[in-house]
Write a protein that binds this ligand. Structure first.
Ligand code: SF4
Length: 468
């Protein structure tokens, strides 16, 4: 009798570490002090307190903005969190204003406050918490038009984060038969699922052509390997930079067919290959030459998938541009349409949908999954985490101009791990609040979401002045 040695169980965990910015980041606030009024106030205080300097020169900021020996004469703006205490106490001396350099961060879609949040997450690996409360609008365009339903709170919602219970964020990508068949002996006879599992529902998408591939791709590949997910890498670059292994998905564009020999020479076949666009001949060739790899077809979001599903395709990467748009429509609506077409066609359970474009904040991930995706591929948020600067609007792979600081590999890998850990924790918050034990159950759960448009229609339809 032979004993089977089971691998030791380890609970999934991402190691976070404080990883400061490589280049200085503009502070959020300008602390504008009227110095002559400050000096006059200090003098008055010294007289009022009869020379007790400790009392007279005490500072109103607990965050250390006035902690230099000269206090408010040289405020440390980078420490200001905008609590406004100083300006409420001394409005004639100090004003807190948005920092003008902030306006130059990101672009029309990734707003400066998004950049701030992503950098905080990448720096610390923590969930951003604003002690002064949320001060923004409670609705808006795009993902902001969806609210997630937290009404099923049945127990402390932080159990999943603190490890008192396990909430799974693993997803299965691949091909699943509609049902399993067994013969009398109990052995399966029909097709079996062919899936790979990633521990988080985020993949790393390939960067734009303007990015420094030789520096950036090894960082994406290493980080993907460490967080047990996948990095999509253009095939020519994967071969040139010798990037291979269980975390690398070579992306095959038209014209790359001559490079497939190089792919075949790898000791281990890639877990997944991604074919750009639909070409049945090339798809069949890939299936034949790489029988152990899953083949994903990458198409614009909103494409009709049913004809391809009928031809045997089961794994799709659906792409919007970096602003989440396809032909003037937003990704959230297109994902829902695609998902429902598959549900109505009776094929949804057999198919895996990965989506990318416009997913730049942690809350966009569960919203995209609720809309119908199995997993998302991240793009611009990853580069912002590595302190990339956009030159103009960052809209698509071809036209985006992105510059990076001189990237150091260990630093970059840890920044991406921190970002993923923070986003995973935020996903756990949502799953915990909904009472869900795994992210797989969130897919297409539109009953967990409310839409601003619907609620406004319910509330205001028929009232004069309501225009929707
Ligand atoms: S707004 Fe708050 S954090 Fe900023 S300087 Fe004033 S007291 Fe300090």
């Amino acid at each position: 009798m032979t004993a089977t040695v089971m691998p030791a169980y380890h609970r999934y965990h991402i190691e976070t570490r404080l990883t400061p910015d490589l280049v200085p980041h503009p502070p959020r606030f300008r602390v504008k002090v009227k110095k002559h009024r400050l000096l006059a106030m200090a003098l008055k205080e010294v007289l009022a307190h009869r020379g007790n300097l400790r009392v007279a020169l005490s500072r109103p900021c607990v965050y250390g903005v006035y902690s230099r020996p000269v206090g408010g004469l040289a405020p440390r703006e980078e420490l200001c969190v905008g609590c406004l205490r100083c300006t409420v106490e001394h409005p004639e001396v100090v004003q807190i204003l948005p920092h003008p350099d902030q306006a130059r961060l990101g672009d029309a879609y990734i707003k400066p406050e998004y950049v701030d949040t992503i950098l905080y997450e990448a720096r610390t690996g923590r969930v951003p918490v604003r002690g002064a409360g949320y001060r923004g609008p409670f609705g808006g365009a795009g993902w902001d038009g969806m609210w997630t339903d937290m009404s099923e709170i049945v127990r402390p919602t932080r159990d999943g984060i603190h490890g008192r219970e396990y909430i799974s964020t693993a997803v299965d990508l691949g091909e699943k038969p509609p049902f399993l068949e067994f013969h009398n002996g109990g052995e399966p006879t029909g097709p079996l699922p062919r899936v790979i599992s990633t521990q988080v529902p985020f993949l790393f998408d390939a960067p734009p052509a303007s990015a420094p591939a030789a520096q950036l791709l090894p960082i994406l590949a290493e980080a993907a390997c460490q967080v047990e997910t996948l990095a999509i890498v253009p095939l020519d670059l994967a071969l040139r930079l010798s990037l291979s292994g269980p975390s690398i998905v070579p992306w095959i564009s038209p014209g790359d067919d001559s490079l497939l020999d190089g792919l075949e020479r790898l000791s281990d076949p890639p877990p997944m290959l991604m074919l750009q666009g639909w070409d049945e001949t090339r798809y069949r060739v890939l299936r034949q030459r790489f029988p152990d790899s899953l083949i994903a077809v990458r198409l614009p979001l909103g494409s009709d998938l049913m004809p391809l599903v009928e031809r045997g395709v089961r794994l799709f990467h659906l792409e919007a541009n970096y602003h989440g748009q396809v032909d003037g429509r937003f990704a959230m609506d297109l994902i829902q349409e695609t998902h429902w077409r598959l549900v109505k066609g009776g094929r949804r359970e057999e198919v895996t949908l990965i989506g990318s474009g416009g997913i730049v904040m942690a809350e966009h991930v569960p919203k995209a999954i609720i809309s119908g995706l199995d997993a998302v591929a991240l793009d611009t948020a990853l580069w912002v985490a590595l302190q990339a600067r956009f030159e103009g609007e960052c809209v698509d792979r071809k036209t985006a101009r992105v510059t990076f600081p001189r990237l150091e590999r260990t630093w970059g890998v840890q920044r991406l791990k921190n970002l993923v850990a923070s986003w995973r924790d935020q996903l756990l918050e949502i799953l915990g609040a909904m009472g869900l034990r795994e992210v797989r159950r969130l897919r297409g759960e539109l009953g967990r979401a409310m839409f601003q448009q619907d609620l406004e229609r319910e509330a205001f339809a028929g009232i004069e002045g309501y225009g929707a």
